[in-house]
Design a protein around this ligand. Structure first.
Ligand code: PGA
Length: 267
């Protein structure tokens, strides 16, 4: 296990550090897989990963969620939605509420993925409402943040991260912030084959932890899971997870094949 040894963060020997946090391996299937394909995947994955100390999450299309929740019984995997609507119910044709995700068997939901931000024009204010709605329904939001290439090249990475955290978590209680999973996904690394180096990612993860720390009770930012996403593969996952502030990964393309995803979980 990469986090078997307690490792002090920031040179401070009193912090709890990574050894207290569970490693999270999350799949984001995006708009892939039919119901039979989803069930087949879970059967194959369970064969290769009968048990694990890691938290394994699969974010599937809405149409497969309920059937998958049944297929996942007796497995160590848990289910996530990829998006939700911020209202509890109403005349919102084509949308899905947090309570419906819970009803279908989800425990988590991705919020603010860069594809939602950029392709579907979701602003931080809307993402904030979705986070509040997810928490209210008892779901764990996987809150995605990250800069574009031009924002990085112009030296604005931390500024963008600050803005996304401050607006996304506006009016979210400190205790609730402690329940989130934060996913750092630099937009330039998503689906491009261009992974942030572990050093680049660690630098931003550490910054995120410190920034979140200003919003939570003393020390509790040490418990928050901050996972990395962007061209994660079976080849680069081990190095990423060795970094003290990288608590897991959110995997897109490489999560579509059960064998590859099993290698990432076991890696
Ligand atoms: P990728 O996607 O692994 O295909 O880069 C990650 C994500 O979008 O969550």
């Amino acid at each position: 296990m990469p986090h078997a040894r307690p490792r002090p963060l920031y040179g401070c020997p009193t912090v709890k550090g990574k050894s207290m946090r569970n490693i999270i391996i999350a799949a984001n299937w995006k708009m892939h897989k039919t119901v039979p394909e989803s069930v087949e995947f879970i059967k194959t994955l369970h064969g290769k990963v009968p048990s694990t100390a890691r938290t394994v999450i699969v974010a599937a299309p809405f149409t497969a969620l309920y059937r998958l929740s049944q297929a996942m019984k007796g497995t160590p995997f848990s289910l996530a939605g990829q998006n939700l609507h911020e209202e509890e119910q109403g005349a919102y044709t084509g949308e899905i509420a947090a309570g419906m995700l819970v009803d279908a068997g989800c425990r988590h939901v991705i919020v603010g993925h860069s594809e939602r931000r950029h392709l579907f024009n979701e602003p931080d204010e809307r993402i904030n409402k979705k986070i509040v709605a997810a928490l209210r329904a008892g779901l764990t939001p996987i809150f995605c943040i990250g800069e574009t290439l031009s924002e990085r090249d112009s030296g604005n990475t931390f500024h963008v991260i600050d803005k996304q955290i401050n607006k996304g978590l506006n009016n979210v209680a400190a205790d609730d912030i402690g329940r989130l999973i934060i996913a750092y996904e630099p937009v330039w690394a998503i689906g491009t084959g261009k992974t942030a180096t572990r050093t680049q990612a660690e630098k931003v993860h550490r910054y995120i932890r410190e920034t979140i720390g200003e919003k939570t009770a003393a020390g509790s930012h040490e418990d928050i899971a901050i996972i990395y996403g962007g061209s994660v593969t079976a080849g680069n996952v081990t190095g990423l997870l060795e970094e003290p502030n990288i608590d897991g990964v959110l995997v897109g393309g490489a999560s579509l094949d059960a064998g590859t995803f099993a290698e990432i979980i076991n890696g």
